[in-house]
Design a protein around this ligand. Sequence first.
Ligand code: AMX
Length: 433
Amino acid sequence: MEALKQKFANKALPLYQELRAASKEHGDIKVDEVKLSQVLGGARGIKMMLWETSQLDANKGIRFRGYSIPEIKELLPSGPQGEPLPEGLFWLMLTDEIPSADEVKQLTAEWHRRADVPQQVFTTLDSMPADTHPMTQFTIGVMAMQSDSVFSRRYAEGLPKSEYWDAVYEDSMNLIARLPRVAAYIYRRAFKDGQHIEPDTSLDYSANYAHMLGSDDKDFRSLMRLYLTIHADHEGGNASAHTVNLVSSTLSDPYLAFSAGMNALAGPLHGLANQEVIKWIFEMIDSLGTKTPTKEQIADYVQQTLDEGKVIPGYGHAVLREPDPRFTAQRRFAEQYITDSDLITTVWKIFDVVPPILQSLGKVKNPWPNVDAHSGALLVHYGFSEFSYYTVLFGVSRAFGVLAAGIWSRALGMPLERPKSVTSDWVRQQLPN
Ligand code: AMX
């Protein structure tokens, strides 16, 4: 058994016993109360699922196994310019241990070994119009691999419950390994006349993905390492993670569950916001006729967007109540690597202008930027201006978190997820006369 799988098994199996005992002996402990406003308000804040890999603090942002993004950047094995390798984050999420550089190297090699994409994926993608939205191609590409699922095959053969996690681990490792090839294939067929680039197995996961997209720029490789690390997980309640959790709780295999989650990520209030942000900025620049808008011009454009009944993409969050540390990490990256971008300067001006305007509306709970407010401008800087592709990058990264969490869920014996719904008649009956 490879080292990562063994380490995971050593951690997970005792925890399974511990949580079962806790549920049996202390199952009546109350952990939450649900208000009507939560039932009618998208279930915000209701504690109702176990998610081992990360936890989100409203003010401090995401913690991966307790580590903040600056700590992750400091502690995880990194690429040549110091940006963390997402391989290390995956290891941490599965084992609760910071891996050594050598362990991360082994994981990179393991993923290269598993990275062969079945021909039917390319055939399926090639049968669709090249201008099909890249996120649609992505979920279809993932679904085209489902017939390879180790979990589905072994389940049909009578897999015992105690071994579910093992088969889910195999599928998750294969899926993560294959995603860059599938995702790069979609990019090249949609935007580069189908001129595909073969993988380079001498590179780490992120650099190889960047290479297959068409860039061997060393700074872009670093950006990809950072990007794939910081987008990987955001606890379990967000729409894509929760979808994966819900679907996999039915014992749908990781291919089915992950592609379901990607359909949630493809919504404009969630992962599609990264495309919406840059689209909105380009429209603003077009409409103002300048690439260097002033703060006053930006403020007027923000007001116009709000007057049209639209949201300001990249701002606000269902949980966060401070600027997203993932935004800040991207800003730091830009400060370090990029000196001459009007677009990035505009992103920073928007950051100065938008929060007070949203605050003045009196209803927006979080006026601060989220992860999506910055990423597009960085990608455009390195030549990737095809913004309809951006959510696919997010999706490749999100696989690390949701699939690691999925392995945990099966190892911990999590049951079918099935919360309770109510009708409006029921709601009326609760109200005072
Ligand atoms: N611009 C304008 N209005 C906003 C707003 C924004 N960026 N963010 C919130 N609001 C509005 C809401 O639409 C809602 O208005 P309503 O009462 O008239 O319907 C009101 O403020 C209260 O909303 P909230 O409680 O602050 O936010 P929420 O938890 O319901 O929604 C989110 C969170 C992210 C969907 C919302 O902030 C939003 O639409 N932001 C813009 C889209 C975006 O950037 N999404 C990406 C989020 C991160 C991610 O998942 N990748």
